[in-house]
Design a protein. Sequence first.
Length: 432
Amino acid sequence: MTNTQKIAEYIFENYSKNIPDEVLDRGRLCLADWLCVAKGALSESAARVVYETTKDNHDRGSSSLLLGGVADALTAALCNGTLAHCLDFDDTHIKSNTHTSAPLYAATIALGQELGSSEEEILRAFITGFEVSTRVGYGVGEIITEKGWHCTGIFGAIGSAASACVLYQLDQAQIINALSAAATQASGFTVSFGTMAKPFHAGKAAFNGLMAAKLAKHGFVAQQDMFALEGGFIQALVQDKSASLTAVNFDQWEILNNSFKPYAACHLVHPAVDTIKKLLTFTSIKDIQSLDIEVGELAMQVTGQKSGKPKSPLEGKFDMKYCVALALKGSDLMVGDFSDQAIHNQETIQLTDLVSVKPSLEMGYTSARLNAQLKDGQNKLVEVAISRGHPGNPINWNDMQIKFNHLVTDELLWNNIKKFGEKKPFTLLALN
């Protein structure tokens, strides 16, 4: 059986497979995160441009648009997926380096509403899509990102297609065609980070995956072994052949290894931010002469070479020095810290001059090391092995409620998310 066939078989079996309570609960936690970061981004320009651009398709379906109204499922997936990634505050699966929930819930809910699916069916489809997305991308996410690809645009589309297959109840031949049609639309470049195009990647992933499943349902035929371990899919993404796909293994639930963001910025800045927060528990900011921060190679590539003086709020989310300066001020790095007003704050700008960043082979995705030189000549060393929000240092429901309440004031919605997944019609978005 090929790697692709194993994935198709897994999806097909998940139509009726028992899903453990712990996994269902994590799917709900993903939903809470997805809804709060999406609803917290309603004023974001990228989402509004996509929404306005698709207006000809509004009122032509039954899928909810979080910015208002309804549309066909494809349009809703595109709009809501873009919205959910605008704040760059959404969850991340580290081994695939993918913002999985942003596109996946957008596609799953949109199609679920179109089909009249139950909460139970939507939650099952989401979890299945999550497992497929992260298993295909498992272990290759970081190197694909280093090559300039945005994994969310790639693996998010594959997961969205898998989820749609569950809701459509496609047969295994159709599933293979849906997954392959999603994969061949691989898109999104890291050079777009810090612009409106980055959240658009998530919306387009939701659209692409859903379109792929719709095509397969109507007889579309695509590559039959897209996910061969050293096949054309991975060789196109990593053309120096320095990586191959990992043979899929669904013995464990990858959703339990999902990471949730405590800060509204690129995940790669979080370890450095945590070192600052740790330093300030025993050192006063007025005593600091300079700060030398060591981060992983990928963090350096994506965020560490910026000036500390972002020209836009989106740039600020990918600027290590700026984010560290915010932490020095005692900020929680919430949405307001990445506004037009905030990025021109003179105190923050001056603090960025204290910070230097360099790469270290000893540091990885979740770690950072800080050497603080104090004005009295002392050095203070701080190291964070696992930044907050990752497995090993996780966020729980109480932490998520703090984040949720920061972005959304809706107790009824919160309570309904916590019991989501019952055998009843999907009404969650109708509550708002």
